[in-house]
Write a protein that binds this ligand. Structure first.
Ligand SMILES: Cc1ncc(COP(=O)(O)O)c(C=O)c1O
Length: 480
């Protein structure tokens, strides 16, 4: 075993004192615990580039003072007879919920950010779960991925053990650029793409990169908790802008300069409405007038069932003010943690630098497999397959809702993976219906339970239930 010791050449202490002090501190701060083995004297001497005698002298002192014990023919260990209090960290770590107040750690803990729920905590108790955005795991293209992954492992060579381009694997950026051009009308060069760990990671990079430059963070009401909570936690002033049947009400946007506006134009989260072309153009004019930026989250833009999809905002943008966020979380699954940002060249380069500082880029093996999957045509085939599957499920759900609740108002049916159902007055409050359904093993969700933030005065969307249908077989949707 190795321990993280280092010999400092300018240190006034002797070499044996340095070894003694560092091992003792590791024991006292809990990094080495009672019963843990320590390296043999020969191995440690080699590791530190010092003589074995020096280590033996330091170990003898640690043995003499009771920090270490020797077991004949086995090795040297942290003493098992050290009382608990001695092995506690020297730095006071506040016990949970107490003593923390006023200390740095206590203040940090008290201000821990709100987080959105990405997994349904009640899933195990449900037999039919309409959780929003849930992907059908059975539809994952396992055979193709296994083959491509294995090839990468076998022939990856040096790439398996070195850092790659923090902006993202060039082959993957090229494949993404080829994909979103025709499919979403977003014409970008591979240089204008940054590969990220899902849209959330992209939002985090943007929040960091623009902190101190951008003013208010504006978002839709109702809107996506994951974006609002993040920018709030990053210290931005946040404000909500209402959404109606045509999406964000652009006329209600403040004329505040240098704002950042987060929008979901293709399938508004959570209502599912599509932002009209007229409003898209108004938005671009607003951004130019106020010198603001827009974050276009196209989280489920791969799924459009009726009519041609509207060109993404980024595809209409002539001034580089739209930053497009794409994700593979909905088409393949969030476990890959793979998504991308498409922005102007200058913005992409800034974000690539932040990506390097944040994580030095996404894992090579996943990026390389995804690039091959896209380049071999596998991704397009997969999308075609699951689009047809999800469309059947959408149709089944709409038919069932309309049959049992004839006065239903349903939005978001033209694309995506969930519907927003305005609960008829006669059925009582949506929250009550959610409770009743859960008691019968069925998960349906009010906006706030389904990952949406809703301002307190927003009564228009309060009596709504969100229903994700992509992962549920038609027969179950029909008869849960
Ligand atoms: C509005 C919205 N944006 C983005 C995402 C995807 O996030 P990620 O790509 O980080 O998995 C989700 C996931 O549910 C979402 O609802």
């Amino acid at each position: 075993m190795q321990v993280a010791l280092a010999i400092q050449s300018g240190d006034a202490r002797t070499l044996q004192e340095q070894v003694f002090d560092q091992i003792r501190d590791m024991i006292l701060t809990g990094r080495l615990q009672s019963g843990d083995p320590v390296p043999g004297s020969r191995a440690l001497a080699e590791q530190l580039g010092i003589s074995r005698n020096t280590v033996i002298i330091a170990y003898d002192k640690l043995l003499a003072e009771g920090y270490l014990e020797c077991q004949r023919n086995i090795g040297t260990f942290v003493s098992r007879s050290l009382p608990d209090w001695e092995t506690r960290p020297l730095l006071p770590v506040p016990a949970e919920g107490e003593a923390a107040e006023g200390t740095l750690l206590g203040r940090i803990a008290a201000q821990a950010p709100q987080v959105h729920c990405v997994r349904n905590p009640d899933a195990a108790r449900l037999h039919t779960d309409f959780w929003i955005g849930r992907v059908d795991a059975r539809a994952f293209p396992q055979t193709e991925w296994r083959r491509l992954l294995e090839a990468k492992l076998r022939y990856g060579g040096a790439m398996l053990s070195q850092y790659g381009d923090p902006q993202g694997l060039p082959e993957l950026r090229a494949a993404i650029s080829d994909h979103i051009g025709p499919v979403r009308g977003v014409a970008v060069d591979p240089d204008e793409i940054v590969v990220v760990g899902g849209s959330q990671d992209g939002l985090m990079l943007i929040a960091r990169a623009f902190a101190g430059f951008a003013g208010t963070f504006l978002h839709e009401d109702p809107g996506y908790q994951g974006a609002r909570y993040l920018f709030e936690a990053a210290g931005y002033d946040c404000a909500a802008v209402p959404v109606d049947r045509e999406g964000l009400v652009v006329s209600m946007l403040p004329e505040a300069r240098n704002s950042i506006l987060y929008v979901t134009p293709s399938h508004q989260f959570p209502t599912g409405v599509t932002l009209s072309l007229e409003r898209r153009l108004e938005l671009l004019a607003w951004a130019e007038r106020t010198d603001s930026l827009m974050l276009e989250d196209d989280y489920d833009g791969d799924f459009r069932y009726d009519g041609t999809p509207l060109t993404a905002l980024r595809g209409l943008d002539r001034t580089g003010r739209v930053i497009y966020l794409g994700t593979f979380s909905k088409s393949l699954g969030p476990s890959l943690r793979l998504g991308f940002i498409a922005a102007s060249h200058a913005t992409a380069q800034v974000l690539a630098r932040w990506k390097q500082l944040a994580s030095n880029g996404q894992p090579w093996i996943i990026q390389a497999t995804m690039a091959d999957f896209m380049n071999s045509g596998g991704y397009t085939r997969h999308l075609r397959r699951i689009r047809a599957l999800y469309m059947r499920r959408r149709d089944t759900l709409i038919a069932a809702l309309e049959r049992y609740f004839p006065q239903s108002e349903i939005t978001g049916r033209r694309g995506g993976m969930h519907l927003s159902w305005q609960v008829p007055m006669a059925c009582g409050p949506a929250a009550r219906l959610q409770e009743l359904a859960q008691a019968r093993g069925i998960g349906v969700y009010t906006p706030d339970c389904g990952g949406a933030c809703l301002s307190p005065g927003n009564t228009r969307h309060a009596n709504t239930l969100l229903m994700g249908y992509a992962a549920i077989d038609e027969a179950r949707i029909e008869r849960p």
